[in-house]
Design a protein around this ligand. Structure first.
Ligand SMILES: C[S@@+](CC[C@H](N)C(=O)[O-])C[C@H]1O[C@@H](n2cnc3c(N)ncnc32)[C@H](O)[C@@H]1O
Length: 240
């Protein structure tokens, strides 16, 4: 009798799981649903949205990219911290017509950046995130000629884009040194209305919090914290 009850409960959960998988609405803002019904979202982006684990992070990017497109904010996109290209694929397919500069060692976390880390980052070793390759990332993004890869240690790899202007920058390097260096590099090159996202703003990532606190003390904008899973700070450049 007890066994029958357990089997019944498992069956109910299984049926609900399969039903939600195929027919469940899930979390999607009304504006996304509207554009989807109008056929304005590419099949590639629809697929990425379905599989992306953090819906708040996904839609926060999407609303910012839509704002940037609507407002004709000029400049390229950039990302520091690409790893296997999961976030890069999403951002590229939100605006495939933009140049997108991707910065990563593609060989894991630099030992020199890990040296003085505390908190969660202090438990990491240089082989963390080393299991990737540029060819794999390009295949994963499956994008166009606007994807521009800058392999190596950032900020040493930033020189080729020092004359560039940026509309959107995604910082996801996990550590204090590259995050601080990237804020120093990208903020002056950010167009008015352009946005910088910094991922992992939470108690576990002391270096990220420190880099943001130090940097935002030097600029007029206020950082805005987003409620995605790991916490993202957004800085939208004023002026223009
Ligand atoms: C958390 S992973 C990025 C995850 C990726 N954004 C995603 O959503 O899938 C962090 C990446 O930052 C890179 N990284 C950290 N410090 C760096 C530096 N100074 N120069 C270049 N890449 C760096 C690492 O190689 C690693 O691939």
């Amino acid at each position: 009798m007890i066994n029958l009850g357990i089997i019944l409960i498992v069956m109910i959960f299984l049926i609900k799981y399969v039903w939600d998988l195929f027919f469940g609405k899930g979390y999607a803002p009304v504006e996304w649903e509207h554009q989807r019904k109008e056929g304005k979202i590419s099949p590639k982006l629809l697929k990425l949205q379905k599989n992306y684990p953090d819906k708040i992070r996904f839609f926060n990017w999407w609303f910012q990219v839509e704002r940037i497109k609507r407002g004709n904010v000029p400049g390229a996109f950039a990302e520091l911290g690409v790893y296997k290209g999961e976030s890069a694929a999403v951002l590229h397919h939100m605006d495939p017509g933009r140049k997108f500069h991707l910065f990563d060692t593609f060989k894991g976390l630099p030992a020199v950046d890990l040296a003085n880390e505390t908190g969660e980052a202090a438990t990491y070793t240089p082989d963390r995130f080393a299991d990737t390759q540029i060819a794999f990332v390009l295949e994963k993004i499956s994008g166009n000629e606007n994807i521009l890869i800058h392999p190596g240690y950032f900020p040493d790899t930033a020189d080729p884009v020092k004359e560039e202007r940026f509309a959107l920058v995604n910082l996801d390097a996990d550590l204090y040194k590259p995050t601080r260096a990237a804020l120093e590099f990208f903020y002056p090159r950010l167009s008015p209305g352009g946005v910088i996202f910094i991922h992992d703003y939470n108690h576990k990532w002391e270096g990220i919090r420190k880099a943001i606190a130090e940097f935002t003390a030097t600029i007029p904008e206020t950082m805005v914290l987003m409620p995605d899973i790991d916490g993202t700070v957004m800085i939208v450049k004023s002026g223009g």
